[in-house]
Structure formats: structure tokens, C-alpha cells
Design a protein around this ligand. Structure first.
Ligand code: FES
Length: 210
């Protein structure tokens, strides 16, 4: 079974994950069923661990960092239906697919930054399905807003950003209200305050692969 185990103060151990792809979108063959992925941001052999976390003094402890793990809801009428979009800031990796796909609704230059009434059901649904972190969820009418998960089983390395993981069991507690436990993003830069998850800090720090 596909599984990821974050090692304390060390790498992410991936086992039996059928698809690993790199920052160029191409498949990577790790050559073995179990391998260690860097999460301190220092390896010279990314995405794999080369042991640099020890010299770097990497710690996976988040200490008493304050994180915004509560969901915020945005409601609006879309094509005659009440649509709720729920957003949990700490889960967002600033990959910005939402803005690219449906800027009329997801526009960080506006207040509020999510305005469902400006969009279409098709467009909003496409964004929720594409959101790699599960930070965005939706409901139409009654019911809890939910992320739209895919069936793919994979790990994808984002250039200058996190690992996007789909349908791989994670040996860690999920922290972030409403988090999808099937699709999530894991910190690769070493600086998240919500490890092992990415919390977007790589974006604030302008972290780079090299
Ligand atoms: S990769 Fe996003 S916070 Fe580290």
C-alpha cells in the first residue's frame, strides 16, 4: 500500500508510490520501492534525501508556532443555487491554480478574495478539484463543504515549492480544519510552521530549489 512516513528531524519515507514526477513534470524512477525524500530543503540530490538534514540541524518540531487552521466560509448565489466555498489558510501552498482557472471568483487583490457570486458552477467545481492542498472546498445547498478528490495515486514535486500528494496514506495527524486526507501538500523547503504539511512559507521566503 502506498504510504509516506515523516521521519523525526529527517526525510519523508515513501513506500510503494506508483507515480513520482519531478519539477519538469516528467516521471522519476527512484529505482526501488522505498525511498527517502528531502524535506529540509538542503539536499544536493533533490528530491531525494542526501543526509544534509543532519548538518543543517533540521528540526521537524513546529514548537508553539501559531497557525491559521480555522476555515473561513464565503457564500453566494451561483446560477440560482446557494454555493459555499470554504478556505483554510494554513493548508494553502500558494500554488495559485484557483486564480489561473477562475480569477472572477478567486482574486487576492479583491476583498473578500473569494466571491462565489461572480462565477459559474462549472468553473468553481473545476477549481475545487484542482486545488492540490485541499485548502478549498465547496458545497451547493445544504451540507459540509468538501474537496473533490481524484483517484490518482502519486507524488509530484513542485518547482520551488512542496510535494503534491494524492491518495497516499500519511503517517501523521492532519492539522487544518476541513483538510482532505486524500489530497494534501507536504513541505519540502524545511520552513513550514505546520510540518509535515506545507503552509505556504516557501512562497513568503522565495525559497528556491537551487
Ligand atoms: S514547501 Fe511550502 S512551506 Fe515548505
Amino acid at each position: 500500500m502506498a504510504k509516506i512516513t515523516p521521519r523525526p528531524n529527517g526525510p519523508l519515507l515513501a513506500q510503494e508510490v506508483p507515480n513520482l514526477s519531478g519539477t519538469n513534470g516528467k516521471a522519476i524512477d527512484p529505482g526501488k520501492p522505498a525511498y527517502a525524500l528531502c524535506r529540509c530543503g538542503q539536499s544536493q540530490n533533490k528530491p531525494f534525501c542526501d543526509g544534509s538534514h543532519t548538518d543543517a540541524g533540521f528540526t521537524s518540531d513546529n514548537g508553539d508556532a501559531k497557525i491559521r487552521n480555522k476555515a473561513v466560509s464565503y457564500k453566494g448565489q451561483v446560477e440560482g443555487k446557494e454555493v459555499t466555498i470554504s478556505y483554510t489558510p494554513v493548508l494553502c501552498g500558494h500554488i495559485a491554480d484557483c486564480q489561473r482557472l477562475h480569477r472572477a471568483v478567486f482574486d487576492p487583490t479583491q476583498k473578500p478574495w473569494i466571491q462565489p457570486e461572480n462565477g459559474t458552477l462549472e468553473g468553481i467545481t473545476a477549481v475545487i478539484a484542482a486545488c492540490p492542498s485541499g485548502a478549498l472546498r465547496m458545497s451547493v445547498g445544504e451540507g459540509e463543504p468538501k474537496h473533490i478528490d481524484s483517484d490518482e495515486v502519486s507524488i509530484r514535486v513542485v518547482r520551488n515549492g512542496p510535494y503534491i500528494v494524492k491518495n497516499v496514506e500519511l503517517e501523521a495527524d492532519f492539522n487544518g480544519e476541513g483538510a482532505s486526507q486524500k489530497e494534501y501538500i507536504l513541505c519540502r523547503c524545511g520552513h513550514s510552521k505546520n510540518k509535515p504539511f506545507c503552509d505556504g512559507t516557501h512562497y513568503d521566503l522565495k525559497w528556491r530549489d537551487h
